[in-house]
Design a protein around this ligand. Sequence first.
Ligand code: GSH
Length: 248
Amino acid sequence: MTIVLHQFAPMFGLPNPSPFCLKLETYLRMAGFAYKVETIKGRIKSATGKAPHIELDGKMFSDSGLIIEHLERVNGHPVDGKLTLAERAQSLAFQRLMEEHLYQAAVFARWLDPDHPAETSGYARAVIGLKGLLGKFIPPLVQKNVKKSIWHHGLGRHPTETIWKLGIDDVTALGHWLGARLWCFGDKPTVMDAVQFAFIASIVRTPWDFPLKAATLKHRNLVDHSERMLAKYFPELTNSNLGVTPLA
Ligand SMILES: N[C@@H](CCC(=O)N[C@@H](CS)C(=O)NCC(=O)O)C(=O)O
């Protein structure tokens, strides 16, 4: 089986600034699949126009969740195979919480945080990666589109403090649910661990401060879980812990 993973370039000391790319790459390592990375430059060439996507034996697949479902099915469920049906239901519900709701608050932080205009436009320029005049004019247009898409989702129609509160509620639910456990289910990581790692690391590694990050840092169990995942699946990055000083 030959897998080519198309994703963005690494950033913030993480394998990827995109939680969906980080989730999928983590899954490939959890399942023990060999893969090659192609860095996306310019337009994303997947069927959905979103990253990540993979070529599997020459055929294109998009959407991290659908890709994982496919790889699990055709390879005897190497990662989530031992979960009970009730655990699968919980895993799916929390994945949806992170990917369909918390994600919007994280995107707001990265692209639109009103208290950090210089940082968010610097991030937009870095991710888009264009130079010269295009590099000056395109990133603000993309930021405008991001604002529109969060508004269409609904979260973006709230005042800023409500957006932070709604994201913080998601992280609080995750923190309380994980409690003192090492992994989300049982004695080894599953797909939900990959998703939780990707989202928590994306929030706490964003290199400026915002209320969602401050609240996430208070959930040491979630930050420790992310560090455990990073050390286990990306040992080449272990020297750079999540860049977080332990809370007293
Ligand atoms: N459901 C998709 C979501 C992927 C997604 O939203 N990717 C973002 C990066 S984090 C993207 O490609 N955004 C570019 C765009 O929307 O044009 C998945 O699981 O792969």
